[in-house]
Design a protein around this ligand. Structure first.
Ligand SMILES: [Zn+2]
Length: 209
């Protein structure tokens, strides 16, 4: 067995766990997925999915902002660091199959997803939609570093719980609204004061298929 690859600091007085200064908790996988199942039963999958997409997007964006400051990372490095940390924290093995930071798009694989493992290979549907907001939030962070806002959508298109070898996610973007940086954009500049690596993307617009 290997030790965790993430740094964990425990505050003796309070018992609070932290990684890179962010408070963390350590929970059993079945606890997490039992909550997930209960919410699916109570709300229905479409409503639960919409809520998780929104909250996951906001949480990923916040995480990326904090981690970029902590480590002085550029936008794309922050995105890659996020997926590496998710993998190191046991959510599954995340990998990048394609990534276009300027276009806000990508394709990703997740092996050993916590959701797929708990639901089992015969669930017959994609069960890892909780990750969809993670990808949109992290990409939202990348685009904001370039001074852009965009409508993002991520979809799990294959899932180990549906009998596929691994879970696959497609991240798409439409209607990027970019602008050149000015002095008023300082809050979105790279933490070390340098210009962001990602250039503002050209405006584009297309309909969802
Ligand atoms: Zn899956």
């Amino acid at each position: 067995m290997a030790a965790p690859e993430v740094p964990i600091d425990v505050e003796p007085e309070t018992g609070i766990w932290r990684t890179d200064g962010l408070p963390m908790i350590y929970v059993p996988r079945h606890f997490l997925v039992n909550n997930h199942r209960a919410m699916e039963a109570a709300l229905g999958i479409p409503a639960h999915r919409a809520i998780l997409t929104q909250s996951g997007d906001a949480s990923a964006l916040h995480w990326c902002e904090k981690e970029a400051q902590t480590h002085g990372l550029d936008a794309e490095a922050t995105f890659r660091h996020y997926l590496r940390r998710l993998s190191q924290r046991g959510w599954g093995r995340f990998s990048i199959l394609a990534l276009d930071p300027a276009a806000g798009s990508g394709r990703f694989a997740v092996e050993h997803s916590v959701y797929a493992l708990e639901y089992g290979a015969d669930a017959g549907r994609c069960v890892c939609y909780a990750f969809e907001g993670y990808f949109t939030g992290a990409m939202r962070y990348v685009l904001r570093r370039a001074g852009c806002e965009a409508a993002l959508r991520c979809t799990e298109v294959a899932c180990a719980a549906a009998g596929d070898r691994a879970c696959h996610f497609v991240l798409e973007c439409r209607d990027i609204r970019g602008h050149q940086r000015s002095a008023s954009d300082r809050d979105t500049r790279a933490p070390n004061g340098s210009e962001p690596v990602t250039k503002p993307a050209p405006r584009r617009q297309h309909e969802w298929k």
